[in-house]
Design a protein around this ligand. Sequence first.
Ligand SMILES: CSC[C@H]1O[C@H](OP(=O)(O)O)[C@H](O)[C@@H]1O
Ligand SMILES: Nc1ncnc2[nH]cnc12
Length: 294
Amino acid sequence: MTKALLGIIGGSGVYDLPGLSDIKEEKVDSPWGEPSDVLRFGRIGGTEAVFLPRHGRGHHLSPSGINYRANIDALKRVGVTDVISVSACGSFREELPPGMFVAVDQFVDRTFGRQTSFFGNGCVAHVSMAQPVAPLLLHRLIAAARAEQIEIVKGGTYVCMEGPQFSSKAESLSYKAAGYSVIGMTALPEAKLAREAEMSYATLAMVTDFDCWHDEIAAVEVTDIMEVVKSNADKAARLVARLLTDFPVEHQPCPVGSDRALDYALTTARDARDPELLNKLDAILARVNAKQAG
Ligand SMILES: CSC[C@H]1O[C@H](OP(=O)(O)O)[C@H](O)[C@@H]1O
Ligand SMILES: Nc1ncnc2[nH]cnc12
């Protein structure tokens, strides 16, 4: 049996996990550089979890400056099987007002300055991102929200922009016209890297604003976002606590293969692989290496 372990990545305004007890902090070294912070281990409702604030405590890391590879690699190294991130988002829909939660199921990448793969020259891999969100995790998010009587919308598309500036009105209107649901600056690199690391990933998107497309509502300012996150922090904490309390002890196989994404992805011939890169990939390739050895 593979033990399930949930990793929670906190976003803007979410720098700890209320209710976490028996806390132990650990600085995890990664060959990919410095994770955003120490990993905080603890328990909620008897379930063990690991927490990492993606901007670091004190919010000193910008969306483009976060070392997403080090964060995901560090979570992988300590045995995380499933990752939930909490992400503040702008909304493109009247029916998704500030304070609403969305369990997004699709992503669009508009970033241009991020390291979004562990692979490259010397070890090429192409994983599927057709279904970037793990359905079991999505289902658990919805179930946890319902159990806590918290309104949540199932499904939606998160467009990830580079930032740190917010969108222009023309950009905002074009995303709205494209049918996207929400916008943020962080979740997509995590989704791609989690898939390469064979971990299930889902985002709890917390709507904080209407970006800048709305004719009757002023364009978003960061102070609006932080205020909405603060006033919804309790709801987010309850939802995550419920998710953890109800989380299974044993890892359940992912219906879209998040947990075996590398089975058919590795493209470089064994004798053409770069030993230095393979060393850095020790945690990411641990399962496939063990499978091939056994
Ligand atoms: C603080 S305003 C912009 C900031 O908010 C979102 O953060 P996160 O996704 O970490 O919750 C957005 O992505 C930007 O990083
Ligand atoms: N409107 C917005 N654009 C990008 N990231 C955001 N995070 C929260 N609101 C946002």
